[in-house]
Design a binder for this molecule. Structure first.
Ligand code: SF4
Length: 535
């Protein structure tokens, strides 16, 4: 039995020709029948020549274990248009080819303004080797280091914000994908409804099928693909990061301007003199102008209107109807159905009533007849303009997908010999944690629990392994002196140039190609400039 061959990439400058072999794990072994064992995750695939492993991320290329995807490198100069055109010819080349071309084109070191991301960088799990790239660089004259790896996340989920008033389902209801439960409806937020999808219990705590479907759903949503889910007792929703949600086959257009009460407060002045009464229908808080504080301040006369539902405070009503996909997130199609008979001692024939939803998508104009019955009439142009302004103030509906992952486990061993020091350094804001170069929010409390907007990450950032778990990029940037102090793998620190020219330090399963990208995704701050290290 022999060890996996080197992929031919040399080690760091000045290292012996066998550097990679000496430093590589002894676990990647050439098996009988020209198979290689991949040890990048606990599945330990035995891969035949010319074939890929179970995750399609690693392959046996002529007896060498290689990472199939290119490592993604961000370069600031690609933001300049002319440079971008020049660089488009690079495509996906070998690391060596790409760096040579870039050096010729720019007549400068190709490492200037460059950030190696964890996307495609490779890793080992559970991290018995140092991270594949531990890159030294300078920022504003300070010696920095970025530890780059792919993380294998068993503990991870997606928090999905869906901008819509339409009823998606009851809180705590199960969310299913291809028939399997993959998450649940969580709290509704202002103008949005929230799903919590994935998580370790669905990945590993149920059946194999549940775990596989959960994993594939998470990968697809993370990579900005569309996924259809069904809410038990609710709607069918198509989710795609950055796109409008599609609820029961209808593409959502607008996020509401506010609740019904807020809409009254915002537009009361503009309705003054045009309407005698306004009702903004909302599943949460339906607003009534003449009773609302905003109407009182404008001395609007009582109208005698009587609203079904539970009165909260003057001019604010809860539960006027059931939740649904009709007016204002209720189940009603006829807005008059939420009104009781008018108070005959107060109401008067000719009274002008506007009823609208919180987005202005639904609106109707009525005038009371002699019997105090509301009769629909043509909406005056001036009133229509205010309704249109409600619509104008609604932001486009969008699905936002945030990846939430726990990086406080063995992943830390790829960074330091003393993992708790990394955790403490992050809590002390000495380390900038990014995912594919995108800024992450680190949750307070124990562990390293990060949250990142997938739209700010490079496309195709997420992969899977059939344990099942999600593969996602993660980078830790800090001062070189801090890295040393927290017990970092100083023997594996290499310059940016050297990292770009030679790839990952290890030779088994290392990426052999690079994909250059502009770092402009979502206006991300440049990872090396971000506070707190240099603030
Ligand atoms: S699933 Fe992928 S990472 Fe895991 S052992 Fe197989 S090829 Fe390697």
């Amino acid at each position: 039995m022999t060890h996996t061959q080197s992929d031919g990439l040399p080690g760091p400058e000045g290292a012996s020709p066998n550097w990679g072999m000496e430093h590589a794990s002894l676990r990647n072994e050439q098996m009988a029948g020209n198979k290689i064992e991949c040890n990048a995750c606990p599945v330990l695939c035995q891969i035949s020549k010319g074939r890929a492993g179970a995750c399609d991320r690693y392959a046996n290329r002529d007896g060498l274990l290689v990472r199939l995807d290119p490592v993604v490198v961000l370069q600031q100069s690609l933001l300049q248009k002319d440079t971008h055109i020049q660089d488009s010819k690079l495509g996906e080349l070998s690391l060596r080819e790409a760096t040579q071309i870039k050096a010729q084109d720019h007549e400068a070191t190709p490492s200037h303004g460059v950030f190696v991301t964890g996307v495609g960088s490779s890793t080992t799990y559970p991290d018995y080797k140092p991270a594949p790239f531990i890159v030294a660089s300078q920022s504003r004259g300070v010696d920095m280091v970025t530890v780059v790896t792919e993380g294998i996340f068993s503990y991870c989920s997606l928090k999905v914000k869906i901008d819509t008033d339409r009823y998606l389902g009851p809180e705590q209801a199960a969310v299913r994908c291809q028939g399997e439960v993959v998450g649940h409806v969580t709290t509704a937020e202002y103008g949005s409804q929230m799903f919590s999808l994935g998580g370790v219990h669905h990945l590993t705590g149920g059946s194999k099928k549940e775990g596989r479907i959960t994993m594939n759903m998470m990968q697809a949503l993370g990579n900005r693909d569309a996924v259809e889910v069904q809410v038990e007792g609710g709607s069918t929703v198509v989710l795609q990061a950055g796109q409008a949600p599609i609820v029961n086959g209808v593409k959502e257009q607008r996020m509401r301007v506010g609740c019904g009460s807020a809409a009254i407060g915002i537009f009361a002045q503009q309705w003054l003199g045009l309407c005698d009464e306004v009702v903004v229908v909302d599943d949460h808080i339906t607003g009534v102008l003449s009773e609302h504080q905003a109407g009182k301040c404008l001395h609007i006369r009582p109208s005698g209107i009587q609203i079904k539902g539970r009165k909260s405070t003057p001019g604010r009503y809860f539960q006027v109807a059931n939740p649904g996909t009709g007016w204002g997130g209720t189940d009603i199609e006829d807005p008059l159905s939420i009104l009781d008979a008018w108070d005959a001692d107060v109401a008067r024939p000719g009274l002008r009533l506007l009823m609208t939803s919180t987005t202005g998508e639904h609106a109707a104009w009525y005038v009371l007849d002699e019997q105090l019955q509301a009769q629909e009439a043509t909406m005056p142009e001036a009133v229509r303009q205010v309704v249109d302004r409600i619509g104008e103030n609604c932001e486009p509906s969008m699905v936002s997908v945030l990846f939430l992952g726990g990086a406080g486990g063995s992943l830390r061993a790829g960074i330091t010999d003393n993992p708790v020091l990394l955790t403490r350094a992050i809590k002390r804001a000495l380390v900038n944690v990014t995912c594919g170069g995108a800024p992450s929010y680190v949750w307070p409390g124990g562990g390293i629990t990060i949250m990142v907007d997938v739209l700010r990450m490079p496309r195709g950032s997420f992969g899977t392994v059939p344990t099942p778990a999600i593969v996602a990029p993660i980078e830790f940037t800090m001062r070189l002196s801090d890295y040393k102090a927290l017990g970092g793998h100083m023997g594996y620190v290499r310059s940016l140039d050297d990292s770009l020219r030679h790839g990952a330090w290890h030779t088994d399963g290392a990426p052999t190609q690079v994909r250059w990208e502009a770092p402009s995704i979502g206006d991300n701050p440049w990872p090396l400039d971000s506070p707190p290290m240099l603030g």
